[in-house]
Design a protein around this ligand. Structure first.
Ligand SMILES: *Cc1c(COP(=O)(O)O)cnc(C)c1O
Length: 353
């Protein structure tokens, strides 16, 4: 019996470790895929307005204003949208609704490590199906046993930035014996998305976040797109007021400014292509990324050491070592100036031949 009174499966789990978030420092921060640009200029007045309207009342439990705007953007009715305190909240709500003690959650590997923690918190199990070396998913992702209660598929994936085609995801959805949540945290940096699969299949969900492409990681706002019968069930699981009045106002303003999104998306994609080429020229293996980061492997180099040397030089990237996979560093795409600085420091650590 535990002395703290905490259930034993919680006591024995490690807990998810987010990327380093040094507060108030001079790091060039390229480790958690934040946007290098500020959010839409519409955001600040929207927040101030919400403050002026008063904070003494509870917010709209369903964030209707946001659902209407997001529905317009995605061409779905507002009833198809569930808002969350970041998309991590959305992932938590869906896992709590669908995965119970002893059940299985199916995941690709290597991928977003939080998914494992979500299973562990339910005292559930996870089955990881490894990507092949070209970052495609083998048939075991849809056919393995025991039958899972839910599958997560980040698309684009993290840490690779790679993406399955819509037809591939459609096939996965059709073959899976359980609901599929397609985590589209990075999809605004990609050429395609899977919202049409939600229209086609009642067991398919798409999650989105304003943290990355909308530059609002500090705000905490994400949402799910799914058919209304499923959304109605999930509403029972969420906290009553999971989105606060300020974040609803800010997120609604941000998603109503697609011009700002497009401008930043273009700049980031440009730098992503440049960074990919630059890292390849320096001998790294870099898969084609559809996200705002690139995954770099290099068998001949100790990448943990490279990560540490970059950190000594005030550049933060994410070092990752996944079981059964070569180690790598994941570098978030920044501004042109930030990429200049990164490459210059890299070349002092590892002078090009
Ligand atoms: C960043 C990220 C999220 C979470 O985003 P928040 O909305 O900030 O909680 C979800 N999934 C993946 C794959 C991510 O990288």
């Amino acid at each position: 019996m535990s002395k703290t009174g905490v259930r034993s499966h919680i006591e024995s789990l490690q807990g998810y470790a987010p990327g380093e978030q040094p507060q108030a420092s001079k790091y060039l921060k390229l480790n958690t895929n934040e946007n290098p640009y500020p959010p839409s200029p519409q955001v600040e007045p929207a927040v101030l307005n919400a403050v002026r309207r008063g904070l003494e009342r509870y917010p709209d439990p369903l964030a209707t204003a946001f659902r209407i705007q997001a529905g317009l953007q995605h061409n779905v009715p507002p009833e198809w949208i569930l808002c969350g305190n970041g998309s991590d909240d959305i992932l938590t709500i869906v896992t709590r609704a669908m995965v119970g003690e002893g059940d299985y959650l199916r995941l690709p590997h290597p991928s977003y490590v939080l998914y494992r923690t979500l299973a562990q918190l339910q005292n559930a199990k996870y089955q990881e199906v490894q990507f092949d070396r070209t970052w495609n998913l083998p048939a075991a992702f849809t056919s393995g046993t025991p039958v899972p209660k839910l599958a997560f598929l980040p698309n684009p994936n993290s840490p690779s930035g790679t993406m399955l085609r819509v037809e591939q995801v459609d096939e996965i959805a059709q073959q899976l014996p359980c609901p599929l949540l397609i985590d589209e945290a990075y999809v605004d940096f990609a050429e395609t998305h899977c919202i049409e699969l939600v229209r086609r299949h009642a067991h398919v969900m798409v999650s989105r976040t304003l943290s990355k492409s909308y530059a609002l990681a500090g705000l905490r706002f994400g949402y799910l797109i799914a058919q209304p019968s499923l959304i109605q069930q999930l509403i029972k699981v969420k906290d009553s007021y999971n989105c606060d009045a300020l974040s609803i106002a800010a997120a609604t303003a941000a998603i109503s400014d697609p011009d700002w999104l497009n401008q930043n998306r273009q700049r980031i994609i440009e730098q992503r292509e440049r960074l990919t080429q630059a890292m390849r020229q320096r001998g790294f293996d870099v898969p084609n990324s559809q996200a705002n980061f690139v995954w770099c492997e290099k068998a001949s180099t100790d990448l943990k050491q490279l990560y540490e040397k970059l950190k000594e030089n005030r550049v933060l990237v994410r070092y990752m070592r996944y079981e059964g996979w070569p180690e790598g560093i994941r570098i978030s795409v920044g501004t042109a100036e930030q990429m200049d600085a990164l490459l210059a420091i890299l070349d002092t650590i590892q002078p090009p031949r």
